[in-house]
Design a binder for this molecule. Structure first.
Ligand SMILES: [Fe+2]
Length: 292
């Protein structure tokens, strides 16, 4: 098979064709996809109806799987495999869940710009999101290119932020949304981790502005000053110049590199089902200078 790619945005995102993701991939194809991910950071595959097991098998061929917030066990699983994240507003009975359910908080938390599992060590490398059903309007997923965002910083800002480390905490975004109902055990299950604010992507060699909503402080700075810098960096990285909006169709499979991008879901009518499934690989091997 030959992977062909059409670039969809000035800076990043490729629409990929020529490969059937439901079948086991040979080493050469995996290598091609990895190299394409290093270049494009986001790959869009259309018309790839995958069973839940096929989606997990695909993810496993790129590395060990990430469980993310599932460690907190706040919601019962609806899907066949614990390793799949249920990115949906659909309940066990098949209809949409009530507006005040915990699941809607998760939906809304996904609408804040983030890098999946940046609050843990190791964090996530690839997320693979498959669309099952989508609302008639809204509910896009947007991606921001953190490499282009870094390149676009003024030189004096690049100098100022070089060497800074940001604290990433799993529940920071939830607290921002008023979701504070966690036990001490749950809070302790995912202790904060530190990541350099400027990182180098091992596959592309490009520098990355590693911001996102999980970041809540800068090492050695006051909370207020650090948080303001993080908000400034997030605002910079997510300006339209660096953003691609993906309009979902059922059977889309989108893979993104959490080391090189941020993403967020967009608002949609919560009375309409939006059902996506995510498999995620762990970023083993590129955890430079991180400390708990
Ligand atoms: Fe996410």
């Amino acid at each position: 098979m030959t992977l062909t790619i059409t670039q969809l945005h000035k800076h990043f995102v490729g629409e990929a064709a020529g490969v059937d993701l439901s079948q086991p991939l040979d080493a050469g194809t995996i290598d091609e996809i990895n190299r394409a991910m290093d270049t494009y950071a986001v790959l869009v595959f259309r018309d790839q109806p995958l069973t839940q097991t096929q989606q997990l098998d695909l993810a496993r061929s790129f590395g060990p799987l990430d469980m993310g917030l599932k460690k907190l066990k706040k919601q019962p699983d609806r899907l066949e495999h614990a390793e799949l994240a249920d990115i949906s507003n659909v309940g066990d009975a098949g209809g949409t869940v009530a507006r005040d359910s915990k699941k809607i908080v998760s939906n809304i938390a996904n609408q804040l710009w983030h890098s999946d599992s940046s609050f843990q060590q190791p964090a996530a490398r690839y997320s693979m999101l498959a669309a099952v059903q989508v609302p008639s309007s809204g509910g896009d997923t947007e991606f921001a290119d953190l490499r282009a965002a870094y390149d676009g910083l003024p030189e004096e800002m690049k100098t100022e932020i070089e060497g800074l480390e940001a604290e990433h905490y799993a529940l920071h975004s939830r607290f921002l949304l008023g979701d504070t109902d966690y036990t001490e055990e749950q809070k302790a299950a995912l202790p904060p981790v530190w990541w350099p604010l400027v990182r180098t992507h091992p596959g592309s060699g490009r520098k990355i502005l590693f911001a996102g909503i999980h970041a809540r402080s800068i090492k050695g700075w006051t909370v207020a000053e650090g948080r303001m810098l993080l908000m400034d960096m997030l605002e910079h990285a997510t300006q339209p110049e660096y953003v691609y909006a993906h309009k979902w169709r059922p059977n889309d499979l989108v893979i993104w590199d959490n080391r090189a991008t941020l993403h967020r879901g967009r608002r949609f009518d919560l009375s309409q089902p939006r059902e996506l499934r995510r498999a995620t690989t762990l970023d083993v091997g590129t955890n430079e200078r991180a400390a708990a």
